[in-house]
Design a protein around this ligand. Structure first.
Ligand code: SF4
Length: 342
């Protein structure tokens, strides 16, 4: 992960000079800046983690190479997301595959035409859907990669939609021919399409996603709407100004609030610029891939968000996520109590 400031701590620890150096760099940093600390002392990682919890900064990356650790700290809290009151487990994400017809430069799971498929598979999806219904899951999100690359995407989405209202995340570019027939077979009442469109005009969208992709995504949006589907437009943006510009475009298009998603680029996968998110910044949204269960869809192949290989029984996977969340929030409360010594 690229950082805005680099501290080579050598053999220093917090007790032997690293802390003043860190504070001095923090004074020059702005909220959101990334500070990397490299050290040959393994204890620095533990010290940084504890220090971050006390100071409302976040440890967003840790790596070891050639016997040296490199830890990246984000200055300040992550930007607040709109308040949502969503119990853990009410929303379930399924990564059906990781290959994609596109290769966007900020794809958080490194999808591309060359990415191995790593398919979840219809039989597993059917079992997940059945167990999810029993657990009272209220919404299922089908994502990838590009789900419409799968020959059995129709059966996969139908199985999910039978269990709960289902949203399919797609780049919208493949909704023609046989795939259009598959789309037509799906329930308009139970299936929503979330189609990516990053900017009001092609330039920025095409820069990230490839030439001609804006126009093809727009055709996909119009086609899905004309087939009677609810379509949610989802933009991934780099700045608040880009978000505001896209909001004005959605207003002009008379797109209702519930049919819009605007999110900032997260430094995950291919992305090198954006918002660095640590696990502690994310309320869990249970996410299942062929490799197991993850904390959140934004890092569905990242070790720090991985929970367990065991998808089944789904109730046990849900319990594991809730347990971890409670353990981490209890830890944060305990530290807050220690800090609040008056
Ligand atoms: S961001 Fe979406 S459309 Fe782009 S490569 Fe990743 S999965 Fe494919």
């Amino acid at each position: 992960m690229k950082a805005d400031f680099e501290i080579d701590a050598g053999i220093k620890t917090f007790a032997s000079g690293l802390l003043p150096e860190l504070i001095s760099v923090l004074r020059q940093a702005r909220p959101g800046d990334l500070i990397a600390v490299t050290s040959s002392q393994a204890s620095v990682g533990v010290e940084l983690e504890a220090w971050c919890r006390f100071t409302q900064n976040s440890l967003v990356d840790a790596a070891v190479a050639a016997g040296r650790g490199r830890w990246v700290v984000r200055c300040g809290a992550a930007p607040a997301a709109p308040e949502v009151d969503r119990p853990i487990g009410s929303r379930l994400w399924l990564y059906t595959n990781f290959d994609c017809n596109l290769q966007c430069d900020y794809c958080c799971v490194r999808s591309s035409p060359r990415a191995p498929r790593r398919a979840l598979g219809l039989e597993r999806v059917r079992r997940i859907a059945l167990e999810a219904a029993e657990l009272g899951v209220g919404e299922i999100y089908v994502t990838g990669g590009e789900p419409f690359l799968l020959g059995d995407v129709g059966e996969i989405v139908a199985a999910c939609a039978a269990a709960a209202p289902t949203t399919v995340l797609t780049n919208g570019m493949l909704l023609a021919g046989r795939r259009l027939e598959i789309l037509r077979s799906l329930s308009r009442e139970r299936v929503t399409l979330q189609i990516s469109l990053d900017s009001p005009t092609p330039e920025r969208h095409d820069r990230h996603r490839g030439a001609g992709t804006w126009a093809r995504a727009w055709r996909g949006i119009e086609r899905a709407r004309s087939e009677g589907f609810r379509v949610r437009l989802a933009a991934t943006v780099a700045t608040d100004a880009e978000a505001a510009e896209f909001r004005r475009f959605l207003d002009a298009q008379q797109i209702a609030e519930e049919n819009r998603v605007i999110r900032r680029i997260a430094i995950r996968g291919f992305a090198e610029q954006g918002i660095a998110m640590a696990r502690a910044d994310l309320i869990p949204e249970i996410t299942i891939t062929a490799d197991g269960v993850y904390w959140h869809p934004v890092g569905a192949e990242d070790a720090d968000l991985f929970l367990t290989r065991d998808i089944f029984p789904l109730a046990a996977a849900f319990a594991a996520v809730r347990r971890e969340f409670e353990r981490e929030t209890a830890h944060q409360r305990r530290l807050a109590a220690i800090f609040n010594c008056a």
